[in-house]
Ligand binder design. Structure first.
Ligand SMILES: O=C(O)CCC(=O)C(=O)O
Length: 247
């Protein structure tokens, strides 16, 4: 297998400042691969979705995906200027790829291994971004996300399969060459725009309160999804069939 099967040097497409995206914010995003938007989500928006989010989390906190399909209020928020409109100012005209709630219960041991989100899709180019929306405060103690600045420019890195404390399989990449990751210390109302190749991870909640965040990934309308070749081959070998088709 050639080395190019593992590393795909996809160019980062910088965000351009314009209406609703000032030069300093665009510059921070282009430099670091993420940017915190303080006080971005109005209290009414959080209030309109909170009951539905908490209901979904109480049904299944370990894996809660496609939340916009399970709640009209969440779908409204997802399509609003606060979420989709914001992503489009960074990423151009974009469509939703996935939505999810990520929760750590009080004192829950839960690792989200270091990874790039973009490896899960196999993208024709790098124009995919996520808006992370905390529903609770997040910090080092309750298992906030940590981002590694600048890693969005590396393209798609090699990942291996790692299993978390619940037995859920995730992809993990090698952190050993990277400088200090930065914790996302956020309050409800803050949000983070992150590029799909920015390496990030999160760790245990050592507090007595839950930590709940939402994520909304969007791709540029012209960005196509393909299963990455090494994973397609490995999964095809395991499944005994093409993993891109239904079982
Ligand atoms: O919210 C978290 O702690 C991690 C979420 C995450 O990294 C992801 O879904 O890619």
């Amino acid at each position: 297998m050639a080395i190019n099967d593992f590393i795909e040097p996809q160019a980062f497409v910088p965000a351009e400042p314009g209406p609703g995206l000032d030069a300093a914010t665009a510059e921070a995003f282009n430099r670091d691969g993420y940017v915190i938007l303080r006080g971005h989500v109005p209290a009414e928006t959080l209030g309109a979705i909170r009951a539905d989010v908490e209901g979904l989390v109480s049904q299944n906190h370990r894996s809660q995906k496609d939340i916009h399909l399970k709640s009209a209020a969440i779908e409204n928020a997802m399509r609003s200027d606060v979420v989709q409109g914001t992503i489009e100012r960074f990423n151009g005209p974009s469509e939703l790829l996935q939505s999810f709630a990520f929760t750590k219960l009080p004192n829950e041991v839960r690792t989200k291994h270091w990874h790039q989100d973009g490896v899960y899709w196999g993208l024709s180019d790098s124009r995919v971004c996520c808006l992370f929306v905390p529903m609770t405060a997040t910090n080092e103690d309750n298992g906030c996300i940590w981002f590694v600045p600048g890693t969005h420019r590396l393209g798609r890195m090699y990942h291996w399969v790692a299993t978390d404390e619940f037995g859920l399989e995730n992809l993990e990449c090698d952190m050993s060459a990277f400088r200090e990751p930065v914790p996302m210390i956020l309050e409800p109302g803050d949000a983070v725009v992150a590029h799909t190749y920015t390496v990030h991870g999160s760790f245990h909640n050592t507090t007595d309160e839950p930590r709940i965040s939402l994520g909304f990934h969007f791709r540029h309308r012209d960005t196509e999804l393909r299963l990455p070749e090494p994973y397609r081959k490995a999964r095809a070998a395991r499944l005994g069939r093409n993993p891109a088709t239904a079982a």
